[in-house]
Write a protein that binds this ligand. Structure first.
Ligand code: NAD
Length: 356
């Protein structure tokens, strides 16, 4: 098959880590008989420097005309003085909007080789942890009505949580479909003992579940979920939750994995086209030094194969290669224990490719 991939490298370590992922995809293409066509588009600081806009129209058109988008990271001190809509980060937010992406998938997988680097107790992480958190991305309290008003005790601020049936239905479908591709266990996190939006969330998630009889769906209150993630992360397979709960829980879960340089993400909408990116930023402090860990971006490319192109075997091959490399003790400098004899970005990429 032929796939057209838009590359948005961005700033800082963005170009280094995206180049690493492209090298891995090229090897996968050769091995499994696929052809990947890569086209580069500007966003972030690089786009501001080139044409004064963090997301030029040409980049939007190019990404919309592609089968998927692989994104590095944007931002850096050079553009810190800019405000609001002129900032590099606005380019990413506008791109997510233009592609109508409403679900953020964040896997938090603890690779066997990194068990000693994970904060929970050894006996807890010994059982392993491989969680996929789906966070609703465009609704809820982050987008609801807000402001200041005169309240009972004088001036007060308020934010509003609102979810429509449609918004819950569409993320519920993605959650069940994701669970079907994994362990068929879904946990829906809410605060239905207090919040009306959560009661609607719960009702809709279960109604949609009738279309996916193979998936077991359980509800969990968010306060309990926060506790269970630390107490027994191994019990979670797929988690679906609202924007704010997902924001908080996915950061908590990410800590189980050992390093920010390991964490991939996907943002999906109603079509197969997604935006795949590491969860970290442009790491300007190490840009150009060769110290960037390319694993998060390589794993993001694996997610693209799995979720946008349905290339499960190829995605498994990349994840397995990363697993073996870490098991064999190879480290970049950001991973604990990696300071001595750490591999550079290019060396880590070469090593992963050698295990493919
Ligand atoms: P950051 O994630 O870029 O870096 C935090 C720390 O983690 C740094 O010490 C960095 O060196 C390290 N780090 C991050 N990724 C790494 C990797 N792959 N390998 C090795 N070490 C890595 O966060 P920050 O320093 O707060 O932000 C830097 C810039 O990135 C800012 O301009 C910020 O706005 C931007 N940012 C962009 C995105 C995005 O594009 N999605 C996300 C977060 C931050």
């Amino acid at each position: 098959m032929n796939y057209k991939i838009a590359l948005v490298k961005g700033d800082g370590i963005g170009p280094e880590i995206v180049d690493s992922a492209v090298r891995v995809l090229e090897v996968i293409g050769e091995k499994y008989g696929h052809s990947f066509e890569f086209n580069e588009y500007l966003a972030g600081g690089a786009a501001i420097d080139a044409c004064g806009d963090p997301l030029p129209e040409e980049s939007v058109k190019g990404c919309l005309a592609s089968d998927s988008v692989l994104f590095g990271a944007v931002g850096g001190p050079k553009w810190d003085g800019l405000s609001g809509d002129a900032r590099p980060e606005k380019g990413l937010l506008r791109l997510r909007q233009a592609l109508e992406l409403f679900t953020n998938l964040r896997p938090a997988k603890l690779y066997g080789g990194l068990k000693d680097d994970s904060p929970p107790r050894a006996d807890i992480v010994a059982k392993g942890s491989d969680i996929m958190i789906l966070r609703e991305l465009t609704g809820g309290i982050y987008f609801g009505e807000r402001g200041y008003r005169e309240g009972k005790y004088g001036k007060e601020a308020y934010d509003t949580e609102a979810y429509s049936v449609m918004e819950i239905e569409r993320i519920a479908h993605v959650a069940y479909q994701t669970a079907m591709k994994r362990g068929k266990n879904l946990i829906s996190v809410d605060k239905a003992n207090v919040l009306e939006t959560s009661r609607l969330w719960r009702e809709v998630v279960h109604r949609i579940g009738e279309q996916y009889p193979e998936v077991t769906c359980k509800d969990m209150l968010v306060d309990n979920a926060a506790m269970q993630l630390v107490r027994n992360p191994g019990q979670f397979d797929v988690v679906v939750t609202s924007n704010m709960f997902g924001d908080i829980l996915s950061d908590e879960a990410s800590q189980i994995t050992g390093s920010i340089g390991m964490l991939a993400s996907a943002s999906l909408g109603n079509t197969k086209r997604g935006l795949y990116e590491p969860i970290h930023g442009s790491a300007p402090d190490i840009a150009g030094t060769g110290k960037a860990n390319p694993i998060a971006t390589i794993l993001s490319a694996a997610m693209m194969l799995r979720y946008s192109f349905d290339l499960t075997e190829e995605a498994d091959a990349i994840e397995e290669a990363v697993n073996k490399v870490l098991d064999a003790g190879y480290r970049t400098a950001d991973i604990a224990g990696g300071a001595e004899g750490a591999l550079s970005c290019t060396e880590m990429t070469d090593t992963i490719i050698s295990y493919l």
